[in-house]
Design a protein around this ligand. Sequence first.
Ligand code: NDP
Length: 445
Amino acid sequence: MQVLKPIYDDVINRNPNEPEFHQAVLEVLESLEPVAKRHADWLDAGIFQRIVEPERQVIFRVTWIDDKGAVQVNRGFRVQFNSAIGPYKGGLRLHPSVNLSVIKFLGFEQIFKNALTGLPIGGGKGGSDFNPRGKSDRDIMRFCQSFMTELWRHIGPDTDVPAGDIGTGAREIGYLYGQYKRLSNQHTGVLTGKGLTWGGSLGRTEATGYGLCYFMEEALQAKDQSFKGAVVAISGSGNVAIFAHEKATELGAKVVTMSDSDGFVHDPQGIDLDLVKEIKLVRRGRIRDYLKRHPGATYGEQCRDIWQVPCDIALPCATQNEIDEEAARTLVKQGCIAVGEGANMPSTPEAVKVYLDNKIIYGPAKAANAGGVATSALEMTQNSQRFSWTFAEVDEKLKQIMVDIYTTVSAAATEYGQPDNLLLGANIAGFTKVATAMYQQGIAY
Ligand code: NDP
């Protein structure tokens, strides 16, 4: 990196102690070096400096009373990163690891992902260091209500539209929406992932996992490969992982692993998805419970060992940096031909280098997992029209969007001389759309 190196150095100096954010910025700026060399106009207009600085960041106290009557204090975040092409859009993460660095990395990635969907949505992200694990429904409800008591003044259906992410599923969106409605006296599409009887879209729950498989099937077929007959390793057992399993299986693959933050199961017969749904979605239990019904499966306590299980296709769907260089090398050694990222930034930069050096078919998160936010944008469209589409209509649109994303990303990679580097293609194509809008909208003096 030459032209953009000073911008990256500035990001480091101005945002100390934000390693995840630095990692996400570095990955994007490295890809954008050839773009900067072609676009003196964008350099002159400060587009690169501007895009790494959030338009607005809100950090707030969330106080709530737990079941025992004790006062609890958490920290809430909403980073409104870029609104050049539409209202801020991005999920809310509830996990003890949440801090400003994590939310900024996610919000920054979201800008380019949202641009790739072809839909009018800007980039944002939010969340809290609240740990939902082991909490009662009432604890979760009181937390969500308190969180929204502050957040509601910063969001709106044409301003900023949050959604789910780790720890924020249908239940949490319900509690958040109820409180928004109480405070604003408005029934609008201010959140996505809503319940089907109050503005939600059919197909939203499945969208990220299904979209991941649609994207990867396109990438695989370009290399005369397919999910059909493939052995697939999936990490995680949440929303993305479950529906990636469902679609990969439908496309003819056998999924042999799933995990949670305690460990992973390996079932060489193929993971029984109905059982995983029962454990994780109904009982909110732990993945190790899988062995009670399938004693032939094995359980490993180290999450990262999941990548030692031989597979043709790996779909990391849990969290950031879950595949490091060593895990990537193991995957390659065991004959893995493709990695599709369901989670955000699940591969370290060193792991990505291993994929590219070894000609692994690599679907980077901001392209491969864009199906969730794309379907959220379809939910917004239906809310604006006060109308709803059938599951088949939404799924068809999702599939077309994922095919289009693959075509766009692949064309940008080819244009910039590295046809197999879909990460480069995704960063350049997403950035180009946002940069063009920022340039046309001028600079505020
Ligand atoms: P869920 O909360 O539904 O599931 C997350 C899964 O990952 C759970 O199985 C969880 O285990 C596991 N997990 C969480 N943290 C860790 C960790 N530190 N180590 C190992 N496992 C972990 O979240 P989603 O499925 O919605 O999100 C998963 C990933 O996909 C995230 O990176 C998210 O940002 C990304 N994503 C999600 C989208 C969506 O539409 N939901 C859209 C695009 C990207 P446990 O049960 O133990 O917590």
